[in-house]
Design a protein around this ligand. Structure first.
Ligand code: MD6
Ligand code: FE
Length: 212
């Protein structure tokens, strides 16, 4: 377990602006998961289409004032869930506070996320290499919280051609990604099969951003 490999307050600087906080969310994993389940009961996880027409493997939902969506019209943030026409569920305070605390540790004192994207991976699901470029202000970081099965995260450079490093994200790990690393290419390798005690055969990743 991560908790045994790293002391409780350990951190790993991956690159300028990119900080891994192993196990930071571990103590709260159960309540985080309850909060995620409440969100996805109101705004279902669903697979989106890329603007090019490909069905994404990872199922997504959102909470917060804005949610990230993709369809034939492009990638964007919007205030309403296209499935229901309703506003996205409120971002649970617990999730927002954890993200703000993590960002502060990485030197981003004023992180105030308005969007939380929820990604669900089943075994075999992958996320291809991309940059997160749909937000207004690249001076704001992204905070990523991983729950459930471990995933191999591809941590690339500022051009698609840069060979990515591989980094395993475990249940409870929090990654802060900002400053000079904000536009790094990244992706997730196909999720390996497994059973997680809390989540079963599944990985959930939360990415919190300031979109507007
Ligand atoms: C994931 N994460 O870990 C997908 N983006 O499932 C992301 O795409 C991501 O973890 C920007 C910053 C951190 C991330
Ligand atoms: Fe991303």
């Amino acid at each position: 377990m991560t908790a045994d490999l790293f002391p409780p307050d350990s951190e790993l600087s991956l690159a300028p602006g990119a900080l891994l906080l192993p196990g930071l969310a571990l103590d709260q994993a159960g309540v985080l998961l309850d909060a995620v389940n409440a969100v996805t009961a109101a705004a279902a996880l669903r697979q989106l289409h890329t603007p090019g027409g490909q069905l994404m493997q990872v199922a997504m939902s959102n909470c917060g004032d804005l949610g990230w969506v993709s369809d034939a019209r492009g990638y964007r943030y919007q205030a309403h869930d296209p499935l229901t026409g309703r506003a996205w569920p409120t971002m649970p305070a617990l999730i927002k506070q954890l993200a703000a605390a993590a960002a502060q540790r990485a030197g981003f004192a004023d992180f105030d996320p308005d969007a939380c994207l929820i990604n669900r991976y089943l075994p075999g699901n992958r996320l291809s290499l991309h940059q997160d470029r749909d937000e207004q202000d690249y001076s704001q970081p992204i905070v990523s919280i991983s729950l459930g099965l471990p995933a191999v995260f591809l941590f690339g450079g500022l051009t698609r051609a840069d060979k990515p490093a591989r980094l395993t994200l475990q249940h409870g790990d929090v990654l802060v990604w900002g400053g000079p690393s904000r536009l790094r290419f990244h992706g997730v390798q196909p999720l390996a099969a497994g059973e997680h005690p809390l989540l079963g055969a599944c990985r959930i990743n939360l990415t919190l951003r300031r979109a507007n």
